[in-house]
Design a protein around this ligand. Structure first.
Ligand code: GLC
Ligand code: MG
Length: 678
C-alpha cells in the first residue's frame, strides 16, 4: 500500500522538481520504494545543458517535459491563461449579481391587471330576493375573465344592518345573510383562485355599526370597552364642538346611559372607533389577519383620513369666518384640521402593511393594500399613503383626481389631471387611475354618453393600474331615483348627494330585470335602457363599448410599452390630449390621441420622432380601425379616441425627458440591447 502511495499523486521529488501528479506505472515497486536518487532521475550536472539545447520532441520523457514547462515561454502563457480564467469567472459572477440587483422586479398581479369593482348588492342576485349576493358573483366570474381582468375588489359583504349598505359593520368576521354564508364566501374565493383571479376585500377600520357588540358594551360603560369609541362630555342639546359629519349635521350623538356624546364621522349608526386605544388597534389587526389567513389577496381600506381625531376637541375653523356657526351642517363649511389626517395615522397603516407582508412571501401571493382618502386640493396628503422609500405603506392610494375630468372636459383638462398625479407621485411608485365608483356618478352621466369610450381608452392606456366600476365596461348610465325611492342615507340628507343612481343592478341581458334577478322587484330600479345596453348584446357586437374595453384590456397586457413603458406628453389643446407610449429596446410604439372637446384636425409634423404615417390600431369609432393617418393631419371627432401604432428607431424620451414619465424601469439591458420577459 505504502509503496503504491509513494508512486501516487503529488510526490515530493527531493531537490529536483515537484511531480504534479503522474503514475510511474512502468517502474518496479521495489525500486521505487526508498530509492529517492533513482526516483529523482535528474540528469547529472553537465548533462542539463545538453537537455536544454535540444528542441522538444514527441514522446520525450516526462523529466524533459517538466524541465521545459518551467521555462518562461511555457510558464508565462500558462499563468496568464490561469489568471484570465479566474478574472473572467469573477467578472461573470459580478455581472450576474449586478443584472439581478439592477433589474426591476417583475410586475405584480395588481400592477399588470385592471381592478374591477363589484358592488355586491347590484352585481347578480342568485336567490331571487332582488339583492345581489356572493353566489351571484361566483356565477358571473366568466365575465371578469372575458374582460381579461385578474383583480376584483368587492365592496363590503360583512354582517351589517345596512344603514350604509355594508359600510356599517356589525361583525367583521361574518357574512351578512343577504349576501350568503361564510361557505359561499369560501367557495367564491376558491373559484376565483382556481381561475387565477384575485379577491380584494373592503376593510372599514374607521367605524363599526352601532349594532356591533363592542358598541353595545361601550355604550353601557363596560370597563374593557368603554374607550373603544370616542366619547366626550356633552348634554342632550349641545354637542362638544362644531364638528360635522360627512353625511351632514353634527358628528356627535348624545347617549342617555352615559350622559355623554359619541363621535361619528358618517351616520349616527356608524360610531367611530378610538384608534388611540391599543386594544382597538389589536382587535382590528386581528381582523386583518383573519381574512389574510382565509386567503384574501388584499384590502381596499375605507375612509382612512378619518381614523384619528385631535384629543383636544377644539372647534374646527370655519371656511367662512362670518358664517353663523349655528348654520354649519356640511363638511365643506369647515377646515378639517382636527378631524382628518392626524399624526399617527400612517403608523397604524404601516403596521398593517407589515402584517400583510408576512402573508406576501410566497411567489404570486402578494397581498395588496389599496387606500381610500379624498384629499381634494391637498394631493400631498394622498401621496403620503405611498409611504417612503424605506417604509412601505399603500400600494395603491386611490387616485380620484380623474373623477374631476367631467368638469374639466378638454384636452388640456385631461393632461392637467394626469400631470397632477405624475408630478406629485414619489419616485419609484406605481400610478393608478379611477374614473368611477359607488360614491360617484357614472361617466356617461357626468361627462356624457359621447365620452364613455374615450374615457375608458384613457384609463387603459395610461401607465399604472386602472380601476373600473362594474357596468362602466358596457357604458351603463345613472338611473333616475325619485325622492320617495331613495335608499342611500346620504341621499336622505340631501337628494342631490344620493349615490343610488350609480348603484343600479348590472345589465346582463335583455331578459326581465336585465338578467340580474328573478325577483319581481329589485332593490333599486333598473335603467330602462337595459334592453339594448347589456352584456349579452354587446358581446355579439364587435363595435360595442364592451368589445372595445376588452380589446384594450388584452392589448394592454400584450404590449409591454403600454403596460410598463414610458409615457410622454406630445400635445394638448382645448380638444385633444395626445401622449405616446414607448419602450427602450422596442421599435413598436403607440400614439394615443384622445378627443375631449370638439371635432379637431391635428398637425404633428414637427414631432420628428413620429413617422409620416401611423396605423390606427383601435379607434373608439370602429369604422376608423386599421386606417393609415398622416401625422400632419390627424382628425378626431368629438369624443373619439385613437390608439395608433408606429415603428420608431428614434425614441421620444431621451430628447424630451421633461415630458416623459416611466412607471417602472423596463426589463431592458441597454448594453446588450436585449429585453427580457419578466
Ligand atoms: C367610504 C365609502 C362610502 C361610505 C363611507 C363610509 O367613503 O366609499 O360608500 O359611505 O366610506 O364608510
Ligand atoms: Mg340575493
Amino acid at each position: 500500500m505504502s509503496s503504491r502511495s509513494n508512486n501516487g499523486i503529488g510526490m515530493e521529488l527531493g531537490e529536483c522538481i515537484h511531480n504534479t501528479g503522474f503514475h510511474e506505472v512502468d517502474k518496479p515497486e521495489d525500486a521505487a520504494a526508498g530509492d529517492s536518487e533513482s526516483r529523482c532521475s535528474m540528469p547529472p550536472d553537465g548533462q542539463l545543458d545538453a537537455y536544454t539545447q535540444i528542441k522538444p520532441y514527441a514522446g520525450m520523457p516526462k523529466e524533459v517535459l517538466l524541465l521545459y514547462s518551467h521555462q518562461a515561454r511555457y510558464r508565462l502563457p500558462r499563468e496568464i491563461l490561469f489568471w484570465l480564467i479566474i478574472v473572467s469567472t469573477l467578472a461573470l459572477v459580478g455581472l450576474t449579481i449586478a443584472v439581478i440587483a439592477l433589474s426591476p422586479a417583475c410586475l405584480s398581479w395588481w400592477q399588470s391587471s385592471p381592478i374591477y369593482q363589484i358592488y355586491p348588492r347590484s352585481f347578480k342576485d342568485s336567490d331571487g330576493d332582488g339583492v345581489g349576493d356572493l353566489k351571484g358573483i361566483t356565477e358571473k366570474l366568466q365575465h371578469i375573465e372575458f374582460l381579461n381582468i385578474k383583480a376584483v375588489w368587492i365592496s363590503p359583504f360583512y354582517k351589517s344592518p345596512m344603514k350604509d349598505f355594508g359600510y356599517d359593520v356589525e361583525d367583521f368576521r361574518d357574512i351578512d345573510p343577504i349576501f350568503g354564508t361564510m361557505q359561499d364566501f369560501d367557495h367564491l374565493l376558491a373559484a376565483m383562485h382556481d381561475k387565477g383571479l384575485k379577491l380584494i376585500m373592503d376593510f372599514i377600520p374607521n367605524h363599526t355599526s352601532d349594532k356591533h357588540s363592542w358598541f353595545n358594551l361601550s355604550r353601557s360603560g363596560h370597563e374593557h370597552y368603554k374607550d373603544y369609541y370616542i366619547w366626550a362630555p356633552c348634554n342632550s342639546t349641545r354637542p362638544p364642538n362644531n364638528w360635522v359629519s360627512v353625511f351632514g349635521n353634527s358628528s356627535w350623538t348624545y347617549v342617555e346611559d352615559r350622559k355623554q356624546c359619541y363621535y361619528h364621522q358618517f351616520l349616527k349608526e356608524q360610531p367611530d372607533l378610538n384608534f388611540r386605544n391599543p386594544n382597538v388597534r389589536r382587535e382590528m389587526t386581528e381582523i386583518v389577519r383573519f381574512w389574510l389567513e382565509k386567503g384574501v389577496d388584499g384590502f381596499r381600506m375605507d375612509a382612512l383620513k378619518h381614523m384619528l381625531e385631535a384629543k383636544h376637541l377644539r372647534d374646527e375653523p370655519q371656511v367662512d369666518p362670518l358664517q353663523d356657526p349655528e348654520t354649519i351642517d356640511t363638511e365643506f363649511e369647515l377646515h378639517h384640521d382636527y378631524t382628518t389626517t392626524q399624526l399617527g395615522l400612517h403608523d397604524i397603516l404601516r403596521d398593517w402593511r407589515v402584517e400583510m407582508d408576512v402573508y406576501s412571501r410566497e411567489p404570486g401571493r402578494y397581498r395588496v393594500m389599496i387606500t381610500e382618502s379624498y384629499d381634494y386640493e391637498e394631493i400631498e396628503k394622498t401621496m403620503m399613503y405611498y409611504g417612503t422609500p424605506y417604509v412601505k405603506e399603500s400600494d395603491i392610494p386611490f387616485n380620484f383626481y380623474l373623477l374631476d375630468l367631467p368638469t374639466n372636459l378638454t384636452g388640456d383638462g385631461a393632461q392637467g389631471l394626469v400631470n397632477l398625479w405624475m408630478t406629485n407621485m414619489p419616485a419609484g411608485k406605481w400610478p393608478n387611475w379611477v374614473v368611477g365608483n359607488h360614491d360617484k356618478p357614472r361617466i356617461s352621466s357626468s361627462a356624457g354618453l359621447d365620452y364613455i369610450r374615450v374615457i375608458n381608452m384613457l384609463l387603459l392606456t395610461l401607465p399604472g393600474t386602472p380601476t373600473t366600476y362594474y357596468g362602466e365596461e358596457i357604458g351603463m348610465e345613472n338611473i333616475n331615483v325619485t325622492v320617495d325611492q331613495i335608499q342611500d342615507p346620504f341621499g336622505k340628507f340631501n337628494p342631490n348627494s344620493s349615490r343610488d343612481p350609480q348603484r343600479s343592478p348590472m345589465q346582463w341581458s335583455s331578459e326581465p330585470n336585465a338578467g340580474f334577478s328573478d325577483s319581481n322587484t329589485t332593490w333599486l330600479p333598473l335603467h330602462p335602457n337595459y334592453t339594448t345596453v347589456n352584456v349579452e348584446a354587446q358581446q355579439k357586437d364587435s363595435g360595442s363599448v364592451l368589445a372595445q374595453y376588452r380589446a384594450m384590456s388584452l392589448l394592454r397586457e400584450m404590449e409591454p410599452s403600454l403596460q410598463r413603458g414610458w409615457m410622454c406628453y406630445v400635445w394638448s389643446d382645448a380638444n385633444v390630449f395626445v401622449f405616446l407610449r414607448e419602450m427602450d429596446g422596442l421599435d413598436k410604439a403607440f400614439l394615443v390621441v384622445l378627443n375631449f372637446g370638439q371635432d379637431s384636425v391635428l398637425n404633428l409634423s414637427n414631432v420628428k420622432e413620429l413617422p409620416e404615417w401611423l396605423t390606427v390600431r383601435m379607434s373608439t369609432r370602429p369604422e376608423n380601425d386599421g386606417k393609415m393617418l398622416e401625422k400632419s393631419s390627424i382628425a378626431t371627432a368629438l369624443g373619439e379616441g385613437l390608439l395608433m401604432e408606429y415603428s420608431t428607431e428614434v425614441r421620444f424620451n431621451p430628447g424630451h425627458a421633461s415630458q416623459c414619465f416611466v412607471s417602472e424601469k423596463a426589463c431592458y439591458l441597454k448594453a446588450l440591447d436585449i429585453m427580457y420577459k419578466c
